[in-house]
Design a protein around this ligand. Sequence first.
Ligand code: ZN
Ligand code: ZN
Length: 367
Amino acid sequence: MTAVNYPDADYGDRVRRARRVMEEQGIEALLLSVGSDLPYLTGYEAMPLERLTMGVVTATEASLVVPQLEAPRVADRGVFEVVPWSETEDPIDLVRRLMGPARRAAIGAQTWAGFLVRLQQAMPEAVFSDATTVLRPLRIIKDADEIELLRRAGAAVDRVVARLRASSFGGKAEAELAREVMVMTVEEGHDAATFHIVAAGPNAASPHHEPGGRIITAGDCVVVDFGGRLGGYCSDTTRTFHVGEPSAEYSAAFGALQAAQTAGTAAAGPGVAAQEVDRAARRVLEEAGWGEWFIHRTGHGIGLDAHEDPYLVEGNAALLEPGMAFSIEPGVYVAGRWGMRIEDIVVCTAAGRDILNNSPRDLAIVD
Ligand code: ZN
Ligand code: ZN
């Protein structure tokens, strides 16, 4: 795994705010392991390994239980007391002792089930809930430093798109182009490239296609959806390319898609229900006759995780607020034939919205 350099945020303030939410929700201990909740509070990301790493926050104490051999990786930010455990100690017992009398515990959603089972066996009287309820209200609103990292990550993927628009696709395998995208993602300033979808021709009808051996040829559409992490924060953009001129049908559908993406972006703003953004984009594709082929939600929140709250989906009536960051990414997928998607990251502001991806959104014609 690639070590991530988390920024120097005010972690003490984040812990204080988490404690306020814990108190409101009647939670006595917060237990965080693998996933982004722990680095959000500590600046340290647990290694996803069989040795337990766990942040333990109670009303008065904040401790970070780490395997002794990984303790040198922890940058001391003065908020958590680092508690290393040696190979012969039982880290579950250590967590139990750090919890003191606390028995109502919220545990990180991505903590390995095996650790939760061992905690439950060690404390049969404890009640565990999902810590997402504690961290969601904090993480969903990005501060100015977090938005700046999202903006820099967005600008970096835009530079990759510019390079892709000037390159030739024909004759390359999807997987080969995907590797090039990965390399460029790092060259343009990310700490790591994290995903890279390259889907050509009929494969483009599968939104999460795994790039494979298919050779890109004249007449193919190519959906490229990729991103990385910069200072812990994620980028995620999609642009659609076409090798040579598209058919009249494809052009018409792409025109509708672009209008849908613009409508979704225009709908986003403070006080707007998340589902209204989805409806605004979907309505355009429905009216153009492509609605049945738009088979996923319009967008997802983004931050330390590539997918997090808020989700722009029918049924989510929660109101958007300044500081929320999310994708707007409608697509059209005609099974067995072709696909297309356009995706930008957008931040809700007091005045409306700020678009963090600004590479051209038209259908890019390549060789
Ligand atoms: Zn994407
Ligand atoms: Zn996305």
